[in-house]
Write a protein that binds this ligand. Structure first.
Ligand SMILES: C=CC1=C(C)c2cc3[nH]c(cc4nc(cc5[nH]c(cc1n2)c(C)c5CCC(=O)O)C(CCC(=O)O)=C4C)c(C)c3C=C
Ligand SMILES: [Fe+2]
Length: 429
């Protein structure tokens, strides 16, 4: 007997007859595609699930490779402080990330036991562009004598800036995990896998899922920067992440930074959860919005560009010494005054938009998971944020969480593990 609810389409499919114009289509000789049902999974435009970011390398993945559409940032406390336990934990974490980012079949277990995998991706895990980037926070290093001795020089507990309203429950942590993937399901699957596999070592503090809106490529094949939840293109002024020499200067810890030897190839990660007052913003005149960011809303072009300027044009502040075109209070002029001296303060931004339900005051909780990477935390984020203190955009921004972490150097190959240089250095103390 046919199942209730599927009988009509199955019967029509069997007869090769469509349900009606626009809902069933001929897909081959004598075959008709069934009309989609309300419970059917949405169809992807293209199958990108096989896309894979290499896990092994001098640096961790998830920093200079392009952001996929989904992200999660999560902070944990590490229960293991003993060096041997820490090493075991890091080896396990490395093995899980190596598997999840490569993909593969889920092992079947005796049904009397809990299943090997959550099952949310089905029996085969696709790589889906997944990266998992691991950082260690100040509190981790401060727990032990070896940690204190080997802490990266600039790593500290994130302090409150003048416009912040930090919620202690959403700040700091011993370990950060940044998940990036083509789909939110892949990102959350990886988080759940790691939490289950490392449940005796990691306790979650806070997490925030986010996304990057997709954009169609332009006629010349380039893709514009994604828009944030204030409607502006976000990323135009980022240093070129495909320029390896630039990334060595801006992002990666090198011998010039004077950090402990084990940290070479790592990077400082800053996470800031920043609420956007979107209702207030949506009632702000366009010319004020553009003045306060310092860029055009539609094109992303700097304000000193002509009518055909694009987001890739570089503002020339030397021709605007009084700030008449691009205000001194504007976000981009404060963030990067583009003088020879401020070249040393460049950062690589990798933000995600977030939406998190309603606030108690009846407004939408939306904003930016601001994430940036730099070789020197003081010269990078802290200097840039200090310049931004008092900017015009403070009226619409409210930072409420986040933390500072040090992203470990990469894993050289299957015999290596995340944090191996730190463990060796600790053993040699
Ligand atoms: C301390 C660093 C920064 C914080 C925090 C920050 C928050 C923040 N930014 C936007 C939106 C935009 N930012 C843009 C540029 C930009 N922002 C920073 C730094 C911080 N932003 C820098 C260094 C720059 C580049 C400046 C330059 O080189 O010209 C822009 C313009 C487009 C772009 O370059 O990406 C937008 C838009 C939001 C919404 C936000 C917090 C919620
Ligand atoms: Fe910004």
């Amino acid at each position: 007997m046919a199942q209730a609810g599927t009988s009509r389409r199955d019967l029509l499919k069997g007869l090769g007859i469509g349900v009606g114009a626009g809902v069933a289509s001929v897909i081959g000789a004598g075959q008709v595609a069934a009309a989609p049902m309300v419970g059917d999974a949405p169809k992807a435009d293209a199958d990108t699930s096989a896309q894979r970011v290499p896990f092994y390398g001098a640096h961790q993945a998830g920093i200079v490779n392009p952001r996929p559409a989904a992200g999660i940032i999560a902070s944990f406390d590490i229960v293991a402080t003993d060096l041997d336990q820490f090493e075991t934990m890091m080896k396990l974490l490395t093995a899980r990330i190596a598997f999840l980012t490569a993909g593969g079949a889920v092992a079947m277990r005796d049904p009397k036991l809990p299943p090997e995998d959550s099952g949310i991706l089905g029996p085969d895990i696709a790589p889906d562009n997944l990266t998992v980037t691991v950082g260690l926070g100040d509190s981790f290093f401060e727990k032990t004598d070896w940690g204190k001795a080997l802490k990266p020089n600039a790593l500290d507990r994130m302090t409150q800036f003048p416009n912040d309203a930090l919620d202690a429950a959403l700040c700091h942590g011993d370990l950060s995990l940044q998940f990036c993937a083509n789909t939110p399901d892949t990102a959350i699957h990886a988080l759940r896998d790691i939490m289950k596999s490392l449940s005796e070592y990691l306790v979650m503090n806070w997490m925030m899922p986010g996304d990057v809106p997709q954009a169609k490529p332009a006629a010349d094949g380039t893709t514009p920067s994604a828009r944030n939840l204030l409607g502006f293109r976000d990323g135009s002024g980022n240093p070129d992440s495909t320029d390896e020499a630039k990334m060595r200067q801006v992002v990666w810890v090198t011998p010039e930074n004077g950090e402990p030897g084990w940290a070479l190839g790592g990077s400082y990660q800053v996470v800031r959860l920043i609420r956007n007052k979107v209702e207030h913003w949506d009632r702000t005149p366009l010319q004020e919005q553009e003045r306060d960011f310092g860029r055009r809303k539609i094109s992303g072009a700097p304000l000193d560009g002509g009518p055909n300027a694009t987001e890739r044009d570089v503002p020339d502040y030397s021709k605007d010494p009084e700030g008449k075109v691009t205000s001194f209070l504007s976000h981009i002029r404060r963030a990067n005054p583009r003088t020879p001296e401020t070249e040393a303060n460049l950062i690589l931004r990798r933000p995600f938009n977030y939406t998190s339900g309603a606030l108690k005051n009846g407004q939408i909780d939306q904003g930016l998971i601001f994430i940036c990477y730099q070789a020197d935390l003081g010269m990078g984020f802290i200097t840039v944020q200090s310049r931004l203190n008092g900017e015009a955009m403070e009226e619409y921004f409210k930072p409420f969480g986040g933390g500072y972490f040090f992203v470990l150097p990469g894993v050289s190959g299957p015999g290596d593990y995340l944090g191996s240089t730190l463990v060796s250095a600790a053993r040699s103390l």
